[in-house]
Design a protein around this ligand. Sequence first.
Ligand SMILES: Nc1ncnc2c1ncn2[C@@H]1O[C@H](COP(=O)(O)OP(=O)(O)OP(=O)(O)O)[C@@H](O)[C@H]1O
Ligand SMILES: [Mg+2]
Length: 267
Amino acid sequence: MLSPPSSIEGPLYKLSGVSFSYGTVPALRGIDINLNAGETIAVLGANGTGKSTLLKLLNGLLFPDSGSIVFKGRKITEESLSGAYSVEFRSSVGFVFSEPDVQLFCATVYDEVAFGPLQLGFGPDEVALRTEETLELLGLTGLSDRTPHSLSSGEKKKVAIATVLVTNPAVILMDEPTLGLDPRTQRWLLGLIGVLKATGKTFILSTHDLKLVGEIADRVVLLNEANSVEHTGDTATILADTKLLFKANIIGDPAAVSTEVGATIRL
Ligand SMILES: Nc1ncnc2c1ncn2[C@@H]1O[C@H](COP(=O)(O)OP(=O)(O)OP(=O)(O)O)[C@@H](O)[C@H]1O
Ligand SMILES: [Mg+2]
């Protein structure tokens, strides 16, 4: 089921001058990046720098106010995703939201996982096969009759991941994948990403978790507090650049923290 994606020419995503605002609130400004197939890319940035917005743009949930996003040589617009191309795009790109509640809406875990393949038009046997295989892969078989909203947050996260993996997309976008997971589940997720990575899948992850970045990312896109790209580069180089990470508010300065605490206590 987990076959490698077909090879393509050029970058998987090409973003040129992408800007996006929520009304008057700017979320991304002038983003120019290429993301390649088969890479695992970590999007790093302080709160509010635009990581989630970037992933939503890559998934066609939002569209740039200006600039362009080209996926496999094809521009992603509201129009291009409202036609026949939408099925091809939606089956190629999966998105795991940071909050699983946003993603889960069916009566049972089984229906939740079966929903994607049904939407993509697979026949009943294929839907059942994929759903059962995916539930088993994620250790969710015992929860298949449960209501998603009655699950713990880690279980919900696993179901949200299952709803994406079941359609076997070549590109997986994950917004803060380890958020709210216990250490064993985090480790399990890193292992799963490693296995899927080896099949040639592309992962684009937003995270505050530098350990996760160090373990699985090939490349980092670092966003700054001006909602622009501060830097892109290979993971080892960026993680070793503590000046850059401090400037981008990815790591704190211990001296500054103790001063702030001292000021608070005096008040
Ligand atoms: N629905 C929305 N309506 C208005 N403004 C929004 C909305 N969503 C995000 N924003 C604003 O857009 C900017 C970028 O937000 P975004 O959620 O993309 O940041 P982020 O890097 O994912 O942050 P975090 O680390 O907190 O998850 C922020 O200033 C945020 O307040
Ligand atoms: Mg976010």
